[in-house]
Design a protein around this ligand. Structure first.
Ligand SMILES: *[C@@H]1O[C@H](CO)[C@@H](O)[C@H](O)[C@H]1NC(C)=O
Ligand SMILES: *[C@@H]1O[C@H](CO)[C@@H](O)[C@H](O)[C@H]1NC(C)=O
Ligand SMILES: *[C@@H]1O[C@H](CO)[C@@H](O)[C@H](O)[C@H]1NC(C)=O
Ligand SMILES: *[C@@H]1O[C@H](CO)[C@@H](O)[C@H](O)[C@H]1NC(C)=O
Ligand SMILES: *[C@@H]1O[C@H](CO)[C@@H](O)[C@H](O)[C@H]1NC(C)=O
Ligand SMILES: *[C@@H]1O[C@H](CO)[C@@H](O)[C@H](O)[C@H]1NC(C)=O
Ligand SMILES: *[C@@H]1O[C@H](CO)[C@@H](O)[C@H](O)[C@H]1NC(C)=O
Length: 276
C-alpha cells in the first residue's frame, strides 16, 4: 500500500496540466485480450485479499525479481482464504528488461481493468499475467481460449489450403520441440514457406511448470482452436492460461535474444543450489 499512498499524496500537489501529462505518460497500453472471472469471486477495496494482491504484484514486477531467470514467475502471498497466487510468463525471446516492463504494465493494468475480481488474466504481445485465490501452479488449463490478431489481412482463397497445411506442419514440429524443452522454459519457434512462397513464422510456448505431456496436450488443444479463430487469417495467436500457439507471415520474434538454457541441468538438485 505504501507506494500507492505516496503517489496519490504527490499527485495531490500537481497542477491540473502536469496531472494530465503525468496521467497520460503513466497509462499502460490496453490488453489485446484479458478476462476478469466474475463468477469466481469478488473482493472489496479495503480487504486483506486486495492488500495481499498488491503486495504480490508489487514484488512480482520489482526490479530485483528475476523469476526463474527465463521469463517465468510464480509466487503466492497471504494465508488461508486470503492467499493470492500469481503466474507470469514472457514470450521466450523477450529480453529481461522488456519482460519486466511488460510485467509492470500488466500488474497495473490488470487490477485496473478487473478492479474487484479475485481471479483475472491479461495478455500483451510480450507477456501474460494471471492471478487467482486458488493454486494455479502446475495445472494445465486449456480454457478459456483467447484468440489474438495483429494482422487482420486474409489469405486469398486459392492460397488458404496450401498455407494452412504448411502452417500446421510447422506448428506440429515446434510443438514437439517446445514440449520437450526442460523445466526452465518450454518455447520453440520456426519458419517455413507456403506454396505461394509466403514465409510462415510459428511459435509454441507453455508455462514451464507443465510436464512434457501436459504441455504437448495443451498446445494440441490450442492448435485445435485454430480453425475456429484463424480462418483465412495471415496471422493468428491462440492462447489459453497454460500455452500459446501463433503463426504470422512476418517474423514477430527475435531468435537472437533467446537466452540459452543450461543444456543438461543436474537432475536432482534444487534451483538455489545451482547458484554459486
Ligand atoms: C475463492 O473465492 C471464492 C469466492 O469467494 C470461494 O468460493 C472459493 O472457495 C475460493 N477458493 C479458494 C481455493 O479459497
Ligand atoms: C461478482 O460481482 C459481479 C458484479 O460485479 C457479479 O455479477 C458476480 O455475481 C459476483 N460474483 C460472485 C461470485 O458473487
Ligand atoms: C510456485 O508456487 C507454488 C505455490 O506457492 C509453490 O508451491 C511452488 O513451490 C512454486 N514453485 C516454484 C518453482 O517456485
Ligand atoms: C509499458 O507501458 C509503457 C507506457 O506506460 C510503454 O511505453 C511500454 O512500451 C510498455 N512496455 C511493454 C513491454 O509493453
Ligand atoms: C477477411 O475475411 C472475412 C470473411 O471470411 C471478412 O469478414 C473480413 O472482412 C476479411 N478481412 C479483410 C481485412 O479483408
Ligand atoms: C528447445 O527449444 C529450442 C528453441 O528455443 C529448440 O530449438 C530446441 O530444439 C528445443 N529442445 C528440444 C529438446 O526439443
Ligand atoms: C528460418 O529457420 C531456419 C532454421 O530452420 C533459420 O536458420 C533461419 O534463419 C530462419 N529464417 C528466418 C528469416 O528467421
Amino acid at each position: 500500500m505504501e507506494p500507492l499512498m505516496a503517489s496519490s499524496r504527490f499527485v495531490f500537489f500537481l497542477s491540473p496540466i502536469l496531472l494530465l501529462i503525468s496521467s497520460q505518460s503513466l497509462a499502460q497500453p490496453e490488453f489485446p485480450s484479458h478476462s476478469c472471472f466474475y463468477e469466481k469471486g469478488n473482493y472489496t477495496t479495503g480487504s486483506t485479499y486486495r492488500t495481499n494482491l498488491n503486495t504480490l504484484l508489487f514484488s512480482l514486477s520489482s526490479p530485483s525479481n528475476n523469476g526463474n531467470g527465463y521469463g517465468f514467475y510464480n509466487s503466492s502471498f497471504g494465508e488461508n482464504a486470503d492467499q493470492v497466487h500469481a503466474i507470469a510468463l514472457c514470450r521466450g525471446d523477450v529480453r529481461t528488461d522488456t519482460c519486466r516492463g511488460c510485467l509492470s504494465n500488466s500488474t497495473q493494468k490488470l487490477t485496473q481493468v478487473c478492479p474487484n475480481q479475485k481471479e483475472a488474466i491479461g495478455f500483451y504481445d510480450e507477456c501474460m499475467l494471471r492471478y487467482a485465490n486458488r493454486s494455479i501452479y502446475g495445472a494445465m488449463e486449456t480454457a478459456p481460449v483467447f484468440p489474438l490478431w495483429w494482422n487482420i489481412n486474409n489469405l486469398s482463397s486459392s492460397d488458404v489450403d496450401g498455407f494452412f497445411q504448411e502452417m500446421r506442419k510447422l506448428l506440429k514440429e515446434i510443438i514437439g520441440q517446445a514440449a520437450a524443452n526442460g523445466s526452465l522454459r518450454k518455447f520453440a519457434v520456426g519458419n517455413t514457406t507456403a506454396p505461394n512462397l509466403q514465409p510462415i513464422y510459428g511459435l509454441a510456448q507453455c508455462t514451464p511448470d507443465l510436464a512434457e505431456q501436459a504441455c504437448s496436450e495443451c498446445l494440441d488443444s490450442a492448435m485445435g482452436n485454430i480453425p475456429t479463430y484463424c480462418e483465412r487469417k495471415q496471422g493468428c495467436r491462440v492462447s489459453n492460461p497454460s500455452c500459446t500457439v501463433r503463426y504470422e507471415v512476418n517474423r514477430f520474434y527475435d531468435p537472437t535474444t533467446v537466452v540459452p538454457v543450461p543444456s543438461s541441468p543436474p537432475p536432482l538438485s534444487s534451483p538455489h543450489l545451482l547458484k554459486k
